[in-house]
Design a binder for this molecule. Sequence first.
Ligand code: 9D3
Length: 245
Amino acid sequence: MQFDIITIFPEIFSGVFDFGIVRRAVEASLIEIHIHDLRDYTHGRHRQVDDRPFGGGAGMVMKPEPLFRAVEAVTTGVPDVNVALLSPQGRLFGQPVAEEYARKSRLVLICGRYEGVDERVVEQLITDEVSIGDYVLSGGEIPAMVVVDTVTRLIPGALGCEQSAERESFSGGLLDYPHYTRPAEYRDLKPPEVLLSGNHAEIERWRRRKSIEKTLRRRPDLIRDRTLSEDEQREIEEILKEIDE
Ligand code: 9D3
């Protein structure tokens, strides 16, 4: 996967991809991340990327010409490319969108700034407009980092131990169970007995149950939106009775 990020603040990305799973994916040539300074695609001495909105009003709008030039420079002759604009008006970026992107070979991310981009850019160049959630950020750069991180984890081989990928998709849609590690006693606090029992079937059942319990309490929407097997349905009924108190 090649990511191309178009931004007026390329320096924001210094260092952010130099750690952990994303760094390893770059080193293993599983991904490439190219940062493009939108000002490099301006003409004229002022390197102007924004201008006042037609019709008046507060704030500035990103000019179309630099964005057309930048996107065309990066996508010309490239098949199978998504051009995503990060903007508050986009559809919500979640695991399903990440899975869709992970199947592509190229992804262009345009970081919105100011009040937004000229609508002709949206109509002509953008295949996809995405937001990372309902809160107000200062621009699309942090959302672009979120997209790169999330999509990279879905690329085969990126997580190293394939088990992690399996676990992530298997328990998919549920919150994690509680984790414990050594010491076995700390300030008189102990982990649940079952985790020290060595009984792996019991441990699996406990974890699964804790996942469902936590999800029901904290994110019931995740359960409602899932298609459940009969086993799962029965387990949920049981847990609901118990936590009813
Ligand atoms: C007054 C209308 N505002 C739109 C809701 C103005 C506005 C706020 C924030 C215009 C641009 C921005 C900058 N935000 C992004 O570019 C952005 C964003 C976000 O703010 N939240 C969640 N996801 C994203 S993706 C890009």
